[in-house]
Design a protein around this ligand. Structure first.
Ligand code: ADE
Ligand code: ZN
Length: 320
């Protein structure tokens, strides 16, 4: 399974920071980050809201463009080890200079340089999705969209939204998504993870995204399933994340099999792998075991991901 080339479209850069990387960085800075980890050395949180709190606390250690460059190289190296040949990373100007455009350019340059070095070293290709954080509010999202639009092209190929889906009204984020769309960026948003199917429909109506992060609670509404199929919307499904956060108890209860059988386009990702004790290898192995998915199913999923990727057509051809 490790050898099968994989495409990952839903990976948060900060959420992919291995504890060992963070501990090394903290030691070099003379900082104590033991509060982030449990006795076994894993990120320590309980439930989704607490996960977001610990995530944001961890981000406080990541301060400089060099920190983000080092993290990018580390994360891409790990992804390549799991057979990932192309990945899209959520990058947050909120954590990179606080949405200040000139600071964002410096952080982005460091991350892009690291991605180029990782491609040279490991062959993995990466693109960035500038991401706003829903619970930081619509004005912050507008500033983030301006950072995205000003740096669109080349490495930055998408705009997205993560964070707490229950915060605010989806329609209040429409300006940010319109601005990013006008800059030529591909669009995705987290929806239908903790929010119900209505949030997925609102994302399609107001934000006009082509991809949805998670979207798994669409399973609760047959009419929405039909709409996803008709409109060719791609779900970035992260089963290990959903199970680790307690949204579903097991893969048998997870709707990925039913969504796939219903003809919904979907791909598989890890979201925040060290937080959820997962890797792309593990995601594939677990699905193969629980759902009896064979290489042909995974090849189909890789094709969906290649077609949905926010990349130029030459790169897409290489992936197909
Ligand atoms: N940010 C990082 N991981 C996330 C998730 N699973 N849902 C929403 N926001 C996130
Ligand atoms: Zn996510």
């Amino acid at each position: 399974m490790k050898d099968q080339p994989k495409i990952e479209l839903h990976l948060h850069l900060e959420g992919a920071a291995p504890p060992a990387f963070m501990k090394g960085l903290a030691a070099r800075k003379g900082r104590d980050i033991s509060h982030l980890f449990d006795a076994a050395g894993r990120y320590n949180y309980s439930g989704f809201v607490d996960f977001l709190r610990v995530y944001e606390q961890a981000c406080e250690l990541l301060e400089t463009p060099e920190d983000f460059g080092a993290l990018m190289f580390e994360v891409l190296t790990r992804s390549a080890e799991h057979g990932v040949i192309y990945t899209e990373l959520f990058l947050s100007p909120d954590f990179c200079g606080g949405r200040d455009l000139s600071a964002w350019r410096d952080y982005l340059a460091a991350m892009e340089d690291a991605a180029a070095r990782a491609e040279a070293a490991h062959g993995i290709k990466a693109r960035g999705i500038v991401t706003c954080i829903r619970h930081f509010g619509p004005e912050a999202a507008r500033e983030t969209a301006r950072c995205a639009a000003e740096t669109a092209g080349g490495f930055i190929t998408g705009f997205g939204m993560g964070g707490d889906e229950s915060a605010g009204r989806t329609r209040d984020f429409a300006w940010a998504f319109d601005h990013a769309r006008e800059a030529g960026l591909g669009l995705t948003t987290h929806a239908g993870e903790w929010g119900g199917p209505g949030n997925v429909a609102a994302a399609l109506d107001w934000l006009r995204v082509s991809r949805i992060g998670h979207g798994v609670r669409a399973i609760e509404d047959p009419a929405l399933i039909e709409r996803l199929v008709d409109e060719g919307i791609v779900l970035e499904v992260c089963p290990g994340s959903n199970i680790a956060l307690g949204l579903f108890r097991t893969l048998d209860e997870h709707p990925i099999g039913r969504l796939h059988a219903a003809g919904v386009k979907l791909c598989v990702s890890t979201d925040d792998p060290p937080f959820f004790g997962t890797t792309m290898t593990r995601e594939h192995q677990s699905l193969a075991r629980a759902l009896d998915w064979d290489d042909a199913v995974f090849a189909g999923i890789a094709e969906v991901a290649a077609r949905a990727a926010f990349c130029d057509e030459d790169t897409r051809r290489e992936l197909l």
